[in-house]
Ligand binder design. Structure first.
Ligand SMILES: [Fe+2]
Ligand SMILES: [Fe+2]
Length: 183
């Protein structure tokens, strides 16, 4: 009796995404190492925490596939891209990788809808929501750096930015989560 509740296509797409989340984790880890090496420990810390979050996403895919009777496959993880040249470069890179990841998430939503796999469709909605948060977080980083003066920011404003990110939460409040009692 076949107990795998995922189609071969959906199983492969989810498994690929499990690997993609690890790739994202490695990208942020490498950016964190770059920032740490440059002396931006707060920014590095922020990126390390973000790398950990991406790893958690990967595990979420792994568990879902297993729970549905499938078997995820750990594949080859490509090397992260070259180090950023500047902080602007770094934050734009974070944003770009989040948008790329959103595109990949949407493809799985499309596939689950086409196959009427409503369990997977429902599972994927968590990631749709999560990507809104992560994209907002990434463009907030770009905005904060812009306010600090971008690539011409003074050491003092970069010091403050670095300190702010040391303690910054890794998620942002979203408008769609607001309620009358909790605006
Ligand atoms: Fe992710
Ligand atoms: Fe992400």
């Amino acid at each position: 009796m076949n107990t795998n509740r995922l189609s071969a296509n959906v199983e492969k797409a989810l498994s690929d995404q499990m690997n993609k989340e690890i790739h994202a984790s490695h990208i942020f880890l490498s950016y964190g190492i770059w920032a740490d090496d440059k002396g931006y420990q707060g920014i590095a810390n922020f990126l390390y925490r973000h790398a950990q979050e991406e790893r958690n996403h990967s595990i979420k895919f792994m568990e879902y596939i297993l729970n549905r009777g499938g078997k995820p496959k750990v594949g080859v993880i490509p090397a992260p891209p070259a180090d950023p040249k500047t902080l602007t470069d770094c934050f734009k890179g974070v944003f770009k990788h989040e948008v790329d990841n959103t595109t990949a998430i949407y493809k799985i939503v499309d596939l689950s809808m086409a196959e009427k796999d409503w369990a997977t469709w429902n599972f994927m909605q968590w990631f749709v929501q999560e990507q809104i948060e992560e994209e907002t977080l990434a463009h907030n980083l770009i905005d904060k750096l812009k306010i600090a003066g971008g690539d011409r920011a003074t050491d003092e404003s970069l010091f403050t930015l670095d300190k702010t990110l040391q303690e910054a939460p890794n998620d942002v409040p979203l408008a769609q989560e607001a309620t009358g009692n909790n605006p």
